[in-house]
Ligand binder design. Sequence first.
Ligand SMILES: *[C@@H]1O[C@H](CO)[C@@H](O)[C@H](O)[C@H]1NC(C)=O
Ligand SMILES: *[C@@H]1O[C@H](CO)[C@@H](O)[C@H](O)[C@H]1NC(C)=O
Length: 327
Amino acid sequence: MGWASPPLHSATILWMYFVLPVFAELQRVQHQPKHDGTLNFLVVGDWGRKGKYNQSLVATQMGKMGDILDLDFVVSTGDNFYKSGIKGLNDPNFVQSFSNIYTAKSLRKQWYSVLGNHDYRGNALAQLSPILRRIDRRWFCQRSFILNAGVADFFFIDTTPFINKYFNTSSRHYDWRGVLPREKYIKNLLKDLEEALVKSSARWKIVVGHHAIRSIGHHGDSVELINHLVPLLKANNVDMYINGHDHCLQHISSINSPLLYLTSGGGSKAWRGDVKESDSDVKFFYDGQGFMSVQITETETKFAFYNAFGDRIHHSRVTKSTMHPVS
Ligand SMILES: *[C@@H]1O[C@H](CO)[C@@H](O)[C@H](O)[C@H]1NC(C)=O
Ligand SMILES: *[C@@H]1O[C@H](CO)[C@@H](O)[C@H](O)[C@H]1NC(C)=O
């Protein structure tokens, strides 16, 4: 008996587990809900700028709101680190833009994050590495994964590989390790997502991705996601799609379905000023910095948007009638 190679360190095994691209199923993460089953979380996107562009102001207000809401976790919709993700596991930008900014006690919860297009401009694999959790144990970022959190199931989806233009601009480098061949990656992801959505019996289904499906902000709608994702989301009664990418806050309703499109991409640089004309059913749009809160119970989901001063600038809710399970 003898090892052909030295036994792998457990961190190396973990690392391989996280980066190997082929899975039979999307990775599942369990988040133990509070005793009463309710779920409260904040959503922030497009933030990592070492505190600049009001990132610190937004972080302070998130901390205050986190205190009031007794958060279960925080969701990051991607573009975690500007301008080009992180360079590697030792890039000081991780601490300067994350650990040193979101310092409030109430934000010392698990952060569930996806990658944005700017993260793909750096070392995308580094952000996915569990080794970062030794620096800040709140950090959890995967390309796509399922979060089971009791009353709600969350489906975090890697949207950057869907967007055609990133594969067309030769001038910019993207870290596509683990993504190519692209067609296969997208096909597998859609298949895995569909399976997971069909299997889910949670009261609420929430899909999170970096790119907007519907947006009147700078980047506008993502045609690729309208074509690939919307049919799946509607067929499986997804309640809301939450994204960043456009540096604004918005609440858009679907015309013929209950599916909501919520943008929380105001974590730092904002005020782009170019709002698009659209036939979308726009309930709320704010071009500045801020974040979103979500509170979920069996029968109701409330969400609200806050600006950099912590003022609640929009809120809404969705209700579901109570089910009476046969006992
Ligand atoms: C910071 O926020 C304030 C209030 O919304 C805004 O007036 C100011 O322009 C923002 N600064 C930057 C750099 O975006
Ligand atoms: C590149 O752009 C062209 C024209 O906009 C488009 O037809 C083509 O599908 C794009 N290629 C990729 C790989 O997305």
